[in-house]
Design a protein around this ligand. Structure first.
Ligand code: ZN
Length: 460
């Protein structure tokens, strides 16, 4: 345990708290200052940005080119601001990771799981890492779990235990002092998870939404018997039905969080549950359509562009995240200056393509399926597209419903979308298979991708 990290984190939290009382104007002034410093630093130390933003050094943020993950990875060694960093070495470092090791003795690294293609790698120096830790600590504070040294809060996390994952990396630094914690792999048998949670009696329970829904069902069935003060979900779409069940199991203690490997916690719910507040003092968030034009509150964007204000080792300026989020125009009674996100979709869900009845290809949005599937009396579901049709998996089926009625409802919905309706096969299973990272996508395609997602969204 590094007491210096604890002290820095406490100092960082003290710096964070007053920002919740800023006016929007104060927040925007802070963003403008921080952006200026970030760009000055990038232009002085990153050969990539010197080229990428050539002639645009004084241009407004909205006129700068968008940085994709593929571009970032392709130009990694030139993009970072420390000339000692080598991508191949970082990759080797990641492969051998077991604990809180640092690359070149000073950088902590984390990786995306690569569910959307090649993994992205991200490096953090000490100050940057403190900010990542503080963003998670802040999300917990907004969930009512105050961060201070004397209070030790028993936490249980059911997630991926892959050592390169952001949550494992954070845990490797934080473990032992920040919180006594057990980490359970989402891939373990449910019985074991329930047993260990009962024995541990966590005050904070953290899991992906799909796993939390299963645990809520276990609680409602009386097998799981815990009384956490806060229940935190992240990294997956939290559907209405999943939220309802979790609240039924544990009361209004559910706090959703939106975390990303690039930054840590990007947004989190406060006690008013009006959506998730974007941590806009740490990151400038643009919600845009596929042509990178801003979309209005109340409308889902096609992607997010994030500018991570504290990024110095690996500056991220208008970096593209493929998540589709919706800003809320609501004001939260908390008075935070931070805007609210009240919907995230398609975080891991695929848009499925079908041959169209009239012509060409029809793209069917995840919502078409989730609207139907979410109302079923099941603890889990998944729609998988294979070459021979749609495979619909259902787990933990309670109550009566007829498979044929469900299949017919799905056929109708697809037909309304103009798709040639494929074969639909329903299957009741023990549990929904997860990806290596422990997440269970609700809708996925196992067909070879013929269209880039942007084209897919174009034809909507
Ligand atoms: Zn709020």
């Amino acid at each position: 345990m590094d007491i210096q990290i604890v002290l820095s984190l406490l100092a960082q939290m003290r710096q964070f708290r007053p920002r919740e009382h800023w006016t929007r104007q104060q927040l925007e002034a802070h963003q403008a200052d921080a952006l200026r410093s970030l760009r000055e630093y990038a232009y002085a130390h990153s050969p990539f940005y010197q080229q990428f933003h050539r002639g645009l050094y004084d241009a407004p943020l909205q006129e700068l080119p968008v940085l994709t993950k593929a571009m970032m990875m392709e130009h990694f060694d030139d993009l970072v601001t420390d000339r000692a960093i080598r991508l191949d070495e970082v990759k080797a470092h990641m492969r051998n990771l077991i604990g809180d090791e640092r690359y070149l003795d000073r950088y902590r690294a984390s990786a995306t799981s690569g569910s959307s293609g090649h993994p992205g790698l991200f490096l953090f120096n000490r100050a940057e890492w403190i900010t990542v830790l503080a963003s998670f600590a802040r999300a917990r504070e907004w969930a009512g779990i105050k961060f201070n040294l004397p209070s030790r809060v028993k936490t249980a996390t059911v997630a991926s235990t892959a050592p390169f994952h952001m949550s494992s990396r954070v845990n490797a630094t934080a473990h032992s002092w920040w919180m006594p914690e057990i980490r359970l792999a989402a891939s373990e048998p449910l019985e074991t998870i329930v047993e260990r949670l009962n024995a541990w009696q966590p005050e904070v329970l953290i899991a992906y939404a799909s796993m939390m829904r299963i645990l809520a069902d276990e609680q409602l069935a009386g097998r799981l018997q815990i009384a956490p003060r806060a229940v935190m979900t992240s990294s997956e779409v939290l559907t209405e039905e999943t939220r309802r069940r979790i609240v039924q199991a544990w009361g209004e203690r559910l706090f959703n969080q939106y975390a990303a490997t690039e930054i840590g916690s990007l947004a989190a719910e406060c006690e008013h549950h009006r959506g998730m507040h974007l941590m806009e003092d740490l990151v400038i968030v643009e919600v845009v359509d596929q042509n990178n034009r801003p979309v209005s509150p109340g409308v889902y964007g096609d992607k997010l562009l994030i500018t991570v204000l504290g990024s110095r080792t690996q500056p991220l300026i208008r970096y593209e995240l493929s998540d589709s989020v919706r800003l809320s125009s609501d004001r939260c009674p908390s008075g935070h200056p931070f805007r609210l996100v009240d919907g995230i979709q398609g975080r891991v869900e695929d848009v499925l393509s079908f041959p169209g009845e009239a012509f060409g290809v029809v793209q069917v949005h995840p919502l078409v399926f989730s609207r139907i599937m979410d109302t079923l009396p099941v603890s889990g579901w998944q729609v998988i597209q294979e070459a021979d049709g749609l495979h619909v998996l259902l787990s933990g089926v309670r109550g009566e419903f007829r498979d044929e009625v469900l299949a017919e409802t799905l056929r109708q919905a697809l037909s309304e979308q103009g798709a040639i309706v494929p074969r639909i096969e329903l299957q009741r299973v023990e549990s929904i298979p997860k990806r290596a990272a422990g997440k269970a996508p609700l809708i996925k395609s196992n067909l070879p991708r013929t269209l880039p997602l942007s084209d897919a969204l174009d034809s909507e």
